[in-house]
Design a protein around this ligand. Structure first.
Ligand SMILES: Nc1nc2c(c(=O)[nH]1)N(C=O)[C@@H](CNc1ccc(C(=O)N[C@@H](CCC(=O)O)C(=O)O)cc1)CN2
Ligand SMILES: Nc1nc2c(ncn2[C@@H]2O[C@H](COP(=O)(O)OP(=O)(O)OP(=O)(O)O)[C@@H](O)[C@H]2O)c(=O)[nH]1
Ligand SMILES: [Mg+2]
Length: 436
């Protein structure tokens, strides 16, 4: 680990300028070996004009960041050269062939920043998510919120440690502290911690779609125009449309981006008493899609008589939008929901806006969890604290309280990266790009 690494820091392909970054104790030696001129008193964070002379020669700038005031915390140099992949690769290969550095692993610069205490694990995840942001929401969330989540986790941990402190005091000095009361006194602290934890977990459950996209399932009886709606949304004839009920027998997915959010629209087999094995399997699949959906567009046909949801749909109540299709045939004044004509493509933009609004309820002032890793760890911490409340009722020994709350503290430490395991590191750095 204690060696010097090198990689291209700019994206693959041609560009106006390309940067090769070196980090580690040989950085200055490498600058002096390959760049000229290099003044004796190279100043921190300044650009020096000159030539890189390796397997190829190129004109550009040298920048030196003196440890610990660099991204990684180590001595770092950068060569800002012409953005040709051939030049940049040959610069990297010249440096590697000198034996003074090796090629960096993906995410290794950031890993070093973590190990050198420049950033914590949440910051590292934020950096990776910013780089791979696929919409403005992701960039917005992470540009300023990672610090807030770190503070939240640290604060939560501090409070729990306080409760451990007086549990320990009552173990150490049983005659001075009311031993039985120590566990009881920890209860309100743990309750408070749980309350804020639950809030953060809920915010993520509502905002998860920013990171994972949203799945919108189109359902309804056969022939109401589900596939026609999918095609209208897709903008091309993705699904087969016929006047025969039961045309669609398998789910068909179309991914679109609308107002910066990724949506997967899923057309499904119409729901009815099936008329054959294939259709039956299709309808089973429809129900699976409904369970997994973030939102359901339930379609009715304006030429039908009633517009009630089928039995068993109550459980989807919080995620259903009712849509009346074929309004070019009949207008049902009393219909309470959206009205469209998939065939004439009317009301589609309004429908997409309604879908967007269904999701766009994020309050950016809340504490934000922004990875599944953070979410599942905090969820684990929650269940440990619930376990504490549970056993606290049985008047357990303070030793047991210390162990259980300690477990929650350890989980919080792993969220922020104060303790790390190979598994955690792999999950955070596994999808970093080379040069980051
Ligand atoms: N040329 C260049 N631009 C870049 C980076 C880089 O490595 N090189 N970055 C890489 O991701 C980002 C900037 N991120 C950074 C984050 C922290 C520190 C840092 O730790 N700086 C020092 C203080 C620097 C000073 O005062 O001059 C410090 O906080 O100790 C540097 C860069 C984006 N732009
Ligand atoms: N007049 C009119 N006809 C429509 C409209 N939307 C769909 N249709 C017609 O309704 C029939 C069924 O359309 P589909 O899109 O295949 O219906 P579906 O819900 O996917 O049907 P299944 O796959 O069988 O469940 C076709 O003949 C369409 O042309 C509409 O807005 N107006
Ligand atoms: Mg269909």
């Amino acid at each position: 680990m204690k060696n010097t690494i090198v990689a291209i820091a700019t994206p693959p392909g041609k560009g106006g300028v390309g940067i090769v970054r070196v980090s580690g104790e040989n950085s200055l030696k490498i600058a002096k070996r390959f760049f000229s001129p290099v003044p004796d008193n190279l100043e921190h964070s300044r650009m020096y004009f000159g030539k890189f002379k390796g397997e190829v020669e190129d004109t550009g700038y040298l920048v030196y960041f003196k440890s610990p005031k660099s991204y990684t915390g180590e001595d770092t140099v950068e060569f800002h050269l012409h953005g040709s992949p051939y030049i940049l690769y040959s610069v990297v290969s010249s440096i590697i062939n000198s034996g003074l550095a090796r090629l960096a692993e993906p995410g290794e610069f950031t890993k070093r920043a973590l190990f050198n205490g420049k950033i914590n694990l949440i910051d590292a995840e934020a950096i990776n998510t910013i780089i791979s942001a696929e919409n403005s929401y992701q960039a917005k969330v992470l540009s300023n919120l990672s610090g807030r989540l770190s503070d939240f986790v640290l604060n939560l941990k501090d409070n729990l440690i306080k409760s451990i402190a007086f549990l320990e005091a009552s173990i150490e000095y049983p005659e001075e502290e009311e031993t039985e009361d120590a566990v009881e006194r920890a209860v309100p602290i743990v309750r408070e911690a749980l309350k804020s934890l639950e809030n953060v977990l809920q915010v993520y459950e509502k905002s998860r779609f920013i990171f994972k996209g949203a799945k919108v399932v189109i359902a309804g009886k056969p022939n109401v125009g589900k596939s026609s709606l999918l095609n209208a949304i897709a903008g091309f004839e993705r699904a087969i449309v016929t006047e025969i009920p039961g045309t669609t027998t398998d789910s068909i997915e179309v991914d679109i981006e609308y107002r910066g959010i990724k949506f997967s629209f899923v057309d499904t087999a119409g729901i009815r008493e099936a008329s054959g094995l294939v259709e039956n399997l299709g309808i089973e699949r429809t129900f699976k899609e409904l369970e997994e959906s973030d939102l359901i567009l339930y379609l009715f046909d304006s030429s039908d008589k009633d517009f009630v949801l089928p039995d068993g749909f109550e459980r989807f109540n919080s995620k259903i939008i009712k849509v009346l299709n074929k309004i070019d045939l009949f207008d049902i004044v009393e219909f309470n929901g959206l009205k469209i004509s998939a065939k004439k493509k009317t009301g589609i933009d309004k429908l997409l806006d309604t879908v967007f609004d269904f999701f766009n309820k994020i309050d950016f002032s809340e504490n934000f969890v922004f990875s599944e890793r953070q979410y599942s760890s905090l969820k684990q911490a929650e269940s440990v604290l619930l376990k504490f409340l549970d056993i606290a009722e049985d008047k357990v020994l303070p030793e047991v309280g210390v162990a259980v709350i300690g477990e929650a503290v350890e989980i919080l430490e792993s969220v922020i990266g104060e303790v790390t395991t190979d598994n955690i590191l792999d999950s955070v750095f596994g999808n970093f790009c080379l040069g980051k």
